[in-house]
Unconditional design. Structure first.
Length: 405
């Protein structure tokens, strides 16, 4: 891809504001950086000793000054993504996957949407979506909802905000949490209606460790705190698109299984300060096989069919179930999913895989289990948990399409 040519095409398709028209910046603590802030943030990053230690691994052989000049040449956050993130993600996936693609036929590439997806990978869910939006000729990438629990160091916060991320504040006292949720919702509505950007947000807080993907009502409740009109009007204003993300292999499967045993054996177990960092690194660089993104139709039309007199609780539950159904039925299933389903439930989907597929998957599971370092390692439990991770997408997809597993 020619970065200059595609950059010009993207910029021609949308107006990207550089500030707030009313002169106020009520979102300054959570929003992505403004375009005008890029130079000072770049200088701050390139003066950070921790960040400088990581740079050679990310951009081997590239002098710091060359990175500074390239970054300072970026006039917008979209320029920054195209100059650095696009090629970085492509390079990672060239080494760690068979390829990745997206079916976006149900969408208008000139419109803006809030993508609500199942959550497979801490970093790549949104990073791959950005690349795929560019490759599918959308007018811009997306702003990314990221929990502040992942921002362990100041430089990480700077990097993600340069990459069009906005911050979801967590672990606050109830009153502050409500205020933070309202500000978050207001910002999302602002990003869609005023900045004309896309948004990505996971359907739940944290990844579904067992891949049994379900939308949390609280996510929808938060979304409806901003905007105007009825609950339906507020959800429609965000133009929600259910997005199904399908991995052939989840490189973090063994880490998730390990955490499940730790929680089983110790109800008071809490992840260590570096556990999320380990998951991020493993998820980014671990082998994924094939990865597929599938965009369901925007739910605006579906929302118009709902009874406006429905109580809020029932409404949120109904919309969450619709999003789940759209995600489930649009999974791309791989032989691994059917093999796991058959091993777990004693079902028979042997028409969906070969003996070679089964031998390869069994070998893969054995290798992943070998990576788990626990003093009281429960092999049977861990294998069952990993099989469940691969079986659940098949169970849910078959159910959503009216097929008995």
């Amino acid at each position: 891809m020619s970065m200059v040519a595609d950059n010009e095409k993207i910029h021609a398709g949308t107006a990207i504001p550089t500030g707030h028209s009313d002169g106020k910046d009520e979102f300054s603590s959570i929003r992505p950086f403004e375009d005008s802030e890029i130079p000072q943030v770049v200088d701050r990053l390139l003066a950070d000793k921790q960040f400088l230690q990581i740079l050679p691994a990310v951009f081997p052989g590239t002098p710091v000054e060359a990175i500074r000049q390239k970054a300072r040449g970026c006039k917008t956050l979209l320029d920054f993504q195209l100059a650095f993130v696009y090629s970085l993600v492509k390079g990672i996936m060239a080494k760690a996957s068979k390829g990745f693609d997206m079916d976006a036929k149900a969408l208008d590439t000139k419109a803006n949407y809030t993508f609500v997806s199942n959550h497979r990978d801490i970093v790549l869910d949104s990073a791959l979506l950005d690349v795929l939006l560019v490759d599918n000729k959308f007018t811009t990438t997306c702003e990314i909802a990221i929990g502040d629990n992942l921002l362990k160091y100041p430089w990480i916060k700077d990097v993600v905000r340069l990459n069009k991320s906005f911050i979801v504040e967590r672990d606050l006292p109830m009153r502050q949490l409500l205020l933070a949720s309202k500000r978050l919702s207001d910002y999302m509505h602002y990003a869609i209606s005023q900045k004309h950007d896309n948004i990505w947000i996971a359907q739940r807080e944290g990844r579904a460790k067992d891949s049994n993907d379900r939308t949390q009502k609280s996510i929808l409740q938060m979304m409806a705190m901003g905007g105007e009109g009825s609950v339906v009007d507020r959800l429609k204003a965000l133009h929600i698109v259910p997005l199904a993300i399908s991995y052939e292999y989840d490189p973090c499967d063994f880490l998730k299984a390990k955490e499940m045993q730790q929680r089983r054996d110790n109800p008071d177990f809490h992840k260590g300060p570096m556990d999320d960092v380990t998951s991020m690194r493993t998820g980014i660089f671990g082998y994924k096989g094939s990865v597929h993104y599938h965009c369901a139709p925007c739910i605006d039309g579906y929302l118009d069919t709902l009874d406006p007199k429905t109580s809020k609780g029932v409404l949120f539950e109904t919309v969450a179930k619709h999003i789940d159904s759209e995600i489930h039925k649009n999974y791309r299933l791989y032989p691994n999913n059917f093999i796991a389903l058959d091993e777990l439930l004693g079902a028979d989907h042997t028409g969906s895989y070969t003996d070679e597929d089964k031998a390869a998957f069994d070998s893969y599971l054995g290798a992943q289990l070998g990576k788990i370092d626990l003093p009281n390692k429960d092999e049977a439990f861990l294998r069952n948990r990993m099989l469940t991770m691969y079986a659940n997408p098949a169970i849910n997809c078959l159910a959503a399409n009216g097929i008995t597993a």
